[in-house]
Design a protein around this ligand. Structure first.
Ligand code: AMP
Ligand code: ZN
Length: 494
């Protein structure tokens, strides 16, 4: 079975097929770099990361482009407030975004920046004007004439019958159901950043940025365009209007939108005190892997309610998977294979694929992996695991992790980087004890722990209990539990 995805444009689940051969060309609206990214942003970016990983695993060559919006109303306002240039203002948050994305194991897409494409945007607007889709206002701003584009509303399914021709809106974000001609280009205002271009001085509107950069990188028609559900209207509706007006061809074929994240049952907002950046959560002592796991635990189109209970459960799920992987890797199983384990590995792999093919049902895929872990642990406990079975199950786990990316334990190092950052920003008071402890225990990598456990074993065999107890205490201090089992000594992180 092939991947089936919900397409916001058709309003239906459709089989996903690229326009050309095996090549997937996709574009996601990236962050507006005016502040640190919050976990809602990362729900969307992780959903798109997961999609592109799964497309690759399904055998496609994926070209994935993401923009960085480094000029818009908010950025202009904040940089003017702080008395710095737009570039200085955004550089800090762009760097933070890239660090946070890497912390969450989001693979880096090809990045494009709005401010690197200003002349192309001016040329695009000039072309729209020539075709009658854009007009210049008295102050030198340009607007898109939506009455000229009959398809306006086809993505958001809004009915714009009776819209006022010529009524305008010039802010980047608006939610009005009554459509207005939107700003393509904004004339300079005193104290605001602006560029000299072929259509005069000014700066681009937000929507034009994505039309220009996506088509420049991926062609006039490409496969998939993604973002959070808030972007459907007006941003994506406007992108379609601008792009299709210019080329007369369909713009993106699939429109992929992630549902908005709630936190503790409410819309995230600073005034409710439920607004969290990735860094806030890490400083509270939560591991990046738990955060990534939780953000993928509900399929991207369903409501995900982010709670601290959920985060604890996610942490425990990741630990179980890591401990299971380590158990399979380190236990000496007898040679040979069993039909039961061969079947378990095969069926788990097939069911996982079927779940992800079904509009990326990540919750089901995670459920399937846990059924596999339970059955395999039971087989090990009753001496029914053989070498081949362990290898087959490890391969299924590795395929799962190509998508979910939580098995490699670099939480300690990632958390340390964020704790160091907080210190450098004078935010010591925000560093919780849990975060400092986690940084301590995470300092010990798997290899170092293996060596210490081997030394403990050797001391115990030599009946040097003083040494073995000391090593055990040291490991315990670092958050590592050492257990004696009939298959030898095993360790896990608390
Ligand atoms: P922004 O930096 O505001 O341009 O947003 C970057 C991405 O995050 C966009 O795709 C938004 O749709 C998405 N986004 C913003 N808030 C949330 C939220 N609460 N839940 C999910 N996605 C969000
Ligand atoms: Zn965009």
């Amino acid at each position: 079975m092939a991947l089936r995805l919900f397409n916001t444009l058709s309003g239906k689940i459709e089989e996903f097929r690229p326009l050309v051969d095996n090549e997937v060309r996709m574009y996601a609206c990236g962050p507006t770099v005016y502040d640190y990214g919050h976990i809602g942003n990362f729900r969307t970016f992780i959903a798109v990361d997961l999609l592109q990983r799964y497309l690759r695993q399904s055998g496609y060559n994926v070209r994935y482009v993401m923009n960085i919006t480094d000029v818009d109303d908010k950025i202009i306002r904040n940089s003017a407030r702080d008395g710095v240039s737009v570039k200085q203002y955004t550089a800090k948050y762009e760097k933070a975004f890239l660090e946070d994305a890497a912390t969450l194991n989001i693979e880096e897409p090809q990045l494009v920046r709005a401010t690197d494409h200003i002349p192309e945007m001016a040329a695009f607007i000039a072309e729209l004007e020539k075709k009658g889709f854009a007009y210049r206002a008295e102050d030198g701003s340009y607007y898109f004439r939506i009455a000229k584009f009959p398809g306006y509303g086809k993505l958001s399914k809004k009915d714009f019958a009776g819209m006022e021709d010529g009524a305008r809106v010039d802010v980047d974000e608006y939610e009005k159901d009554s459509a207005r001609d939107f700003a393509l280009w904004k004339a300079p205002k005193p104290g605001e950043a602006s560029w000299e271009t072929s259509i005069g001085p000014g700066r681009p509107g937000w929507h034009i940025e994505c039309s220009v950069m996506s088509m420049e990188e991926l062609g006039e028609s490409f496969d998939l365009h993604a973002g959070g559900e808030d972007l459907i209207f007006p941003h994506h509706e406007n992108e379609i209007a601008q792009s299709e007006a210019l080329t007369g061809k369909p713009f993106a074929h699939f429109w992929f939108h992630a549902r908005f994240l709630l936190v503790e049952g409410e819309k995230m907002s600073k005034s409710l005190g439920n607004f969290f950046t990735l860094r806030d959560l890490v400083l509270k002592g939560h591991k990046p892997s738990s955060i990534r796991y939780l953000l993928t635990s509900v399929p991207y189109r369903n409501q995900l309610n982010f709670t601290f209970d959920g985060l604890k459960q996610a942490a425990s799920a990741v630990d179980k998977l890591r401990n299971f992987q380590r158990r399979l890797q380190t236990t000496q199983f007898p040679e040979g294979s069993t039909d039961v384990m061969a079947q378990l590995a095969r069926e788990s792999g097939e069911r996982m694929k079927a779940a992800l093919d079904d509009d990326l049902n990540t919750a089901q895929a995670q459920g399937i992996i846990f059924e596999m872990v339970r059955a395999a642990n039971a087989a090990i406990d009753s001496d029914n695991m053989r070498k081949q079975g362990a290898a087959d199950l490890l391969a299924v786990l590795a395929r799962f992790d190509e998508i979910f990316a939580v098995l490699k334990d670099d939480d300690g190092a990632q958390m340390k980087a964020i704790v160091d950052w907080a210190r450098s920003e004078g935010r010591e008071k925000d560093i919780s004890k849990d975060a400092s402890d986690a940084v301590q225990s995470g300092q010990l990598g798997d290899e170092q722990i293996n060596q210490k456990v081997a030394a403990l074993e050797a001391a115990r065999k030599a009946r040097d209990f003083k040494t073995s107890d000391a090593i055990r205490a040291e490991l315990n201090q670092a958050g590592i539990i050492v257990e004696n089992t009939k298959d030898g000594v095993r360790w896990k992180r608390k």
